[in-house]
Design a binder for this molecule. Structure first.
Ligand SMILES: Cc1cc2nc3c(=O)[nH]c(=O)nc-3n(C[C@H](O)[C@H](O)[C@H](O)COP(=O)(O)OP(=O)(O)OC[C@H]3O[C@@H](n4cnc5c(N)ncnc54)[C@H](O)[C@@H]3O)c2cc1C
Length: 289
């Protein structure tokens, strides 16, 4: 298959890229790793008139850690680089754990974290991880800059809060408090496939070993990545023992809204949500301790 004709621009600066997007609006798409956009163009599911290629834009590919352990990740950081980054592995180990489940190494070598999040596939692992980490996204346009919470960024399948002239420029991850553990687990038919269900858990313990805070998020669990706040809040104050984990997992099963696929019925996906929530919480608690 061949794509429909398009204009290709390869700006060298952020300002030039944003000016092109402002000039062409919805007619234009940013090209990052091309791992989702190019196949869609080849099948003519996407027919942008203009591509604004971000691969030569300087300044979008840094991974910066602050002394407090918070992280700023440029949108053009390749998934494979983020997976291997020693600092990110130390500050937010769930990134590497989940990225290992994203497609195959060849696709992670080209695909970017910004492209993955902007594509907003509800089956994608990283959007759920961003919800579990309480990430904020920096959106830039020729008009200025704004920040949105990850939870407000994902609006519907393949649809985000980005305006037609905006770019996802950076991902901001708050530092994880002391005694915090995290885990990402998924069930997929084959290694590298999109998950039938995936779960990201983050658990913070207090000095006495009780749960001070928890976050649970799921992929392939609804039209967007899904947070399970009732399940997570129910853990707070508990010892995160088997009874508390079972209660939280049962609540999480009710909070997800899976749509089903050729591989799994909604009922089976809901069952997986409960099983994965329990396993991920156990693992996150053990890592926190
Ligand atoms: C065989 C195969 C298996 C895959 N399996 C998985 C999987 O298991 N899990 C998973 O999560 N993904 C999977 N993917 C998708 C892969 O992770 C893609 O790399 C990713 O979704 C898109 O990233 P990209 O950098 O290639 O973006 P592109 O394909 O270049 O762009 C994707 C979309 O985002 C827009 N965009 C890109 N960057 C920005 C930006 N900075 N600001 C605003 N908009 C932007 C583009 O205009 C386009 O609409 C798979 C892909 C393939 C081909």
């Amino acid at each position: 298959m061949k794509p429909a004709p398009f204009e290709w621009h390869a700006p060298a600066t952020l300002d030039a890229a944003l000016a092109l997007k402002a000039a062409h609006g919805e007619e234009a798409r940013f090209l990052a790793g091309g791992q989702s956009l190019v196949p869609a163009m080849n099948f003519r599911v996407a027919q942008p008139a203009v591509l604004v290629d971000l691969n030569r834009v300087a300044g979008l590919d840094s991974i910066l850690a602050s002394a407090d352990g918070s992280l700023r990740i440029g949108a053009m950081v390749r998934n494979a680089r983020l997976e291997a980054d020693a600092t990110a592995r130390a500050t937010h180990p769930i990134l590497a754990e989940a990225l290992a489940e994203v497609a195959h190494p060849q696709i992670r070598n080209r695909g970017t974290i910004g492209g993955n999040l902007s594509h907003a596939d509800p089956a994608s692992e990283m959007p759920a991880v961003m919800l579990a980490l309480g990430a904020r996204f920096v959106l830039r346009s020729a008009r200025g800059v704004r920040e949105v919470e990850a939870a407000a960024f994902f609006v519907a399948p393949l649809t985000t809060a980005l305006e037609p002239d905006e770019m996802l420029a950076e991902i901001l991850l708050p530092a994880l408090p002391p005694r915090t553990g995290s885990a990402f687990l998924e069930v997929a038919r084959r290694r590298g496939d999109y998950a039938m269900m995936g779960c990201a858990a983050v658990v913070t313990l207090d000095a006495a070993g009780r749960c001070a805070a928890a976050r649970l998020a799921f992929c392939s669990a609804g039209p967007t990545p899904v947070l399970a706040p009732r399940a997570a809040d129910a853990l707070v104050g508990s010892a995160v023992d088997e009874a508390a984990i079972a209660a939280a997992a049962a609540m999480a099963k009710e909070e997800v809204d899976p749509m089903g696929s050729v591989q799994a019925s909604p009922a089976y996906q809901r069952h997986l949500a409960g099983v994965l929530a329990a396993r991920a919480l156990r693992l996150a608690k053990a890592r926190a301790a």
